[in-house]
Write a protein that binds this ligand. Structure first.
Ligand code: KG4
Ligand code: ZN
Length: 335
């Protein structure tokens, strides 16, 4: 059987990324141009700034991905691109670049859902074994996704308000930590103690949904009340308490869903998968589940990248699911 080479393109948020992946499993190149520094001073991603960066970077990033992989367009089998969800202006840059290249080089165009990409980052690490459950936790998403086979996704739980990463970033802001706050809270949490009593949103019995806005408000209220009483809460203790609450809910619901759906694998995906506390607790709890394998990709594959888009796109290519030249960015695309 002939090898399959797919170029992936990702521009849904604040990373301009391109990558070449062989057979959906092997990374030939993986280029990510981050705009983090430009957004830092605004305390979050500014859509107009993101779009402009993507325009400036996209051609260079694709060129470098092709060069690093030492491949020509004639040797490619398809071009895969993130269609959504994400920022519409940002998505458009990637979609238009992919369409132009697919048209110019007469290659199949593949449209990929960003979350499918995050999940397929795991296939760059190990073979996926079905049925499986993926916990996707990022700045924009908190989802438990059940998969019976390749390319088929069933969302069995999701956040009803803030995403986990969003909660981390908002709490970090309340603690006057820089953006993005996740890594700072993670670091502080290991220095402090979870001494502050914070809520855990378990929701209805049997629900695998999440809610983090109440927790975020509880943190802000506790800080405010302490200030009014002239007391101080140490940032490290608040970080530890907040992190304990988030991890408790994420891990408990993931383990319960893994049992309920009787899966063979649990995959971790998204930027929050970088969290040391989450990784450790999930490893500890999953070790008690017999016969279920836990897969956690390396950090560089957990955050936004294009190798994961190429990996997910390869499956669609093999299934003959091509997009047309009418493909448009869809910021609200569902899985
Ligand atoms: O997947 P990602 O790179 O971008 C999105 O698609 O959203 O995720 C970024 C999110 C941010 O909210 C960031 O604060 C969070 O991931 N994050 C972390 C950690 N590293 C990044 N959250 C908690 N602990 C970390 N170590
Ligand atoms: Zn993402």
């Amino acid at each position: 059987k002939k090898d399959i080479y797919v170029l992936g393109i990702e521009t849904s948020c604040d990373e301009t990324a391109a990558a070449v992946v062989k057979n959906g499993r092997e990374i030939m190149s993986n280029i990510v141009s981050s705009q983090m520094e430009s957004h830092k001073r605004f305390g979050g991603v500014v859509p107009e700034v993101a779009s402009r960066h993507h325009v400036e970077q996209i051609t260079l990033v694709i060129e470098q991905a092709m060069n690093d992989a030492d491949i020509t367009f004639a040797e490619l089998d398809a071009i895969a691109v993130t269609q959504g969800p994400g920022l519409v202006g940002a998505l458009l840059i990637g979609v238009n670049a992919a369409k132009a290249l697919a048209f110019a080089h007469q290659l199949p165009l593949i449209s990929v859902h960003h979350i499918a990409g995050h999940i397929y980052a795991n296939r760059l690490v190990t073979e996926m074994k079905f049925p499986l459950l993926a916990l996707v936790v990022s700045g924009g998403h908190t989802e438990l996704v059940y998969m019976k086979e390749h390319g088929v996704f069933e969302v069995v739980g999701e956040t009803r308000d803030d995403a986990a990463g969003e909660a981390y970033d908002k709490v970090a802001r309340a603690l006057s930590l820089p953006y993005p706050g996740g890594p700072h809270i993670d670091r502080l949490a290991h220095e402090g103690e979870a001494t502050i009593d914070l809520p855990r949103a378990w929701l209805e019995e049997g629900s695998y949904d999440f809610s983090f806005s109440g927790l975020k408000s509880a943190v802000i209220n506790a800080l405010h009340n302490a200030k009014q009483r002239g007391e101080t809460i140490e940032a490290k203790d608040m970080a530890a308490s907040f992190q304990a609450s988030v991890i408790d809910v994420l891990v408990t619901k993931t383990v319960k869903a893994a049992q309920r759906y009787d899966v063979r694998q649990v995959l971790l995906a998204g930027g929050v998968a970088a969290n040391r506390g989450l990784r450790a607790e999930l490893e500890r709890k999953m070790a008690m589940l017999e016969g279920v394998e836990l897969v956690i990709p390396p950090l560089s594959l957990c955050t936004d990248n294009a190798a994961m888009i190429a990996a997910a796109g390869t499956i669609l290519f093999e299934q003959g699911k091509y997009a047309t030249m009418a493909l448009n960015a869809n910021p609200g695309l569902t899985l």
